[in-house]
Design a protein. Structure first.
Length: 550
């Protein structure tokens, strides 16, 4: 139970001037449910302000009093609610909690939490803001709190729990390639990366654990599907409150401080922007940044890459003699395959054009028109064998999603050729694609050198022929100089190449904008979710990092 209540919390604005104590019991709730089942009219229609405030009051009052059965009964999933609320006191060691509701906004009620976390004679105050939403329960229409773990704490996802105790992993003092300490205060978007480094290397870096309140992520079957140890792609556990400091070990990374600072600047204020910069010849991660500083989309994102996928598709068509750089290649307004009618952006066509022209202008039908000549697994094999993708075996140093290029047929196979269908990537994957083109072979990206822990890096089974590689570089160079990537790449001299992309997403008014490019020994990729055309949104971010790299 939550222990003694420190003070009676009087409801905040919008709740009226009444104390939170009171409310209906779980038994009364059960009786009403049975009554509805017996023929009572089911409530429907929008919730009234009174229903919202009364339901929120009932839940928060019962939770504060420690009547967890009553609090759970005020939700639409009593079993899950009771389990998590019980863990809040028993596992998270939260005591003397008080909840102060704010002004409701429709069905949503914000509330603040003041409490104390106590463990082994050590205690620290805990304060945070959360919110709940009131809905009509299925079956009887009664107003109930829409139960999700985030009601208990906003950092919880369903399946997660709060635990206080000796940290599972000692803290890690992460260093950049020059030996300076990396902190989330200095580089805000690296918070989740630092969490991941601690999870993997905390016990190997020589530190000792402290006492902390942390979010323990749920290891569901969905999270673990295809997982390999700590490189599973699941989010890392998160420390919320440190009661007693541990002693950190040190861990050197490949991050370049100047380039990391430049990456942070480029995504600052752009919530849906993510970018990765690599050294093409080695795979070293020099910078990684995410706007919004939340989920690490740059490493863990699973998004359709749009036309940036045409780099991989083009390599396959060149190898199969289904395309040649300077030979004529079809780019009609439309091409139908597998029951779908595909078209180009703005329904353009290129008459009597070459494959180079189609690649540079990102002609969809130029690629989809070759679908009848391909086997269902051709693109999947190309991605795995040449680019090292879609094998779920990268060992970067933190969790990553290693791309997905499933075997598909008919229209979905055709769509995958232009980065739609079931194909999924993130900036780390697409930066690696450009790095493979630039260096001539796949080098698995890594944030922590394999020499630190003796781990093996993923490899590709083959490389492209010199002829194919030269043709692919020519296509990307032409796109940077004369095609859809010309504006962001303007002013970048030397050996450069690029490809733009726009990926349609159901429910979004604007597509996700993608851009991947290389310059010298640097390769980068970025995405701006709902950013529109990749050349306009992600292009300037990537180009700025390539320029910063000298």
């Amino acid at each position: 139970m939550i222990g003694s209540v420190a003070a009676v919390v009087v409801a905040g604005a919008g709740f009226g001037a009444y104390a939170m104590y009171g409310g209906e019991s779980g038994a009364e709730d059960t009786a009403r449910t049975k009554s509805a089942a017996a023929g009572e009219k089911v409530k429907s229609g929008p919730l009234t302000a009174t229903e919202v405030t009364t339901t929120a009051q009932r839940f928060l009052t019962a939770w504060q009093k420690g009547d967890l059965a009553a609090a759970a009964a005020a939700t639409d999933d009593a079993e899950a609610a009771k389990a998590l609320l019980t863990g809040y006191a028993k596992d998270a060691r939260v005591k003397d909690a008080t909840f102060t509701p704010g002004t409701p906004a429709g069905e949503k009620v914000p509330f603040s939490v003041q409490a104390t976390v106590v463990y082994d004679k050590v205690s620290e105050p805990l304060a945070y803001d959360s919110a709940l939403t009131v809905v009509r329960r299925a079956g009887d229409g009664e107003p109930r709190v829409d139960w999700h773990a985030a009601v208990v704490h906003p950092d919880l996802a369903d399946g997660d729990k709060l635990v206080t105790g000796e940290a599972g992993d000692p803290p890690v003092k992460a260093l950049d390639r020059d030996g300076a300490e990396i902190t989330a205060a200095k580089y805000p978007s690296l918070g989740t990366v630092l969490d991941g480094l601690r999870e993997k290397y905390g016990k190997k870096a020589g530190g000792t654990p402290g006492i902390e309140l942390r979010v323990v992520r749920g290891k569901s079957a969905e999270d673990a599907k295809g997982a390999k140890d700590s490189e599973s792609g699941a989010a890392s556990d998160k420390t919320l409150l440190e009661l007693r400091e541990g002693t950190p070990g040190t861990l050197k990374t490949t991050l370049d401080p100047d380039l990391q600072a430049a990456a942070e600047k480029q995504v600052d204020g752009k919530k849906g922007a993510s970018v990765v910069l690599l050294r093409a010849s080695t795979g070293e991660v020099l910078a990684v940044a995410n706007g919004g500083h939340g989920f690490n989309t740059a490493f863990l994102g699973s998004l359709a890459p749009g036309s940036t996928m045409k780099v991989i598709t083009a390599s396959m068509l060149l190898e199969k003699d289904l395309a040649s750089v300077n030979e004529k290649h079809p780019c009609p307004k439309y091409f139908s395959y597998g029951g779908w009618k595909f078209h180009n952006d703005d329904k353009f066509e290129i008459k009597d054009g070459t494959f180079k022209a189609s690649f540079a202008r990102s002609c969809n039908t130029a690629f989809i028109s070759q679908a009848p000549e391909l086997a269902d697994d051709d693109l999947t094999r190309q991605a795995k064998e040449v680019f090292g993708l879609s094998m779920n075996n990268w060992s970067v140093g933190v969790s990553t999603f290693d791309g997905r290029v499933p075997v598909q047929s008919d229209a979905q196979m055709a769509a995958s050729l232009i980065g739609q269908g079931g194909v999924r990537m993130n900036p780390l994957n697409m930066a690696s694609v450009s790095a493979t083109v630039k260096s001539g072979s796949f080098h698995q990206p890594y944030l922590v050198a394999p020499s630190v822990d003796g781990r093996a890096l993923a490899t590709a089974s083959r490389t492209m022929s010199g002829e194919t590689l030269g043709a692919l570089r020519e296509l990307m160079a032409y796109t940077a100089a004369y095609g859809t990537a010309v504006e962001p790449m303007a002013g970048l001299s030397g050996d450069v190449g690029a490809k733009t992309g726009s990926a349609e997403v159901d429910g979004q008014k604007k597509p996700n904008g993608w851009f991947t490019a290389y310059r010298g020994d640097l390769a980068a990729a970025g995405v701006v979710q709902q950013g529109g055309h990749g050349g306009d949104s992600a292009g300037p971010i990537v180009a700025a990092l390539l320029k910063a790299g000298g």
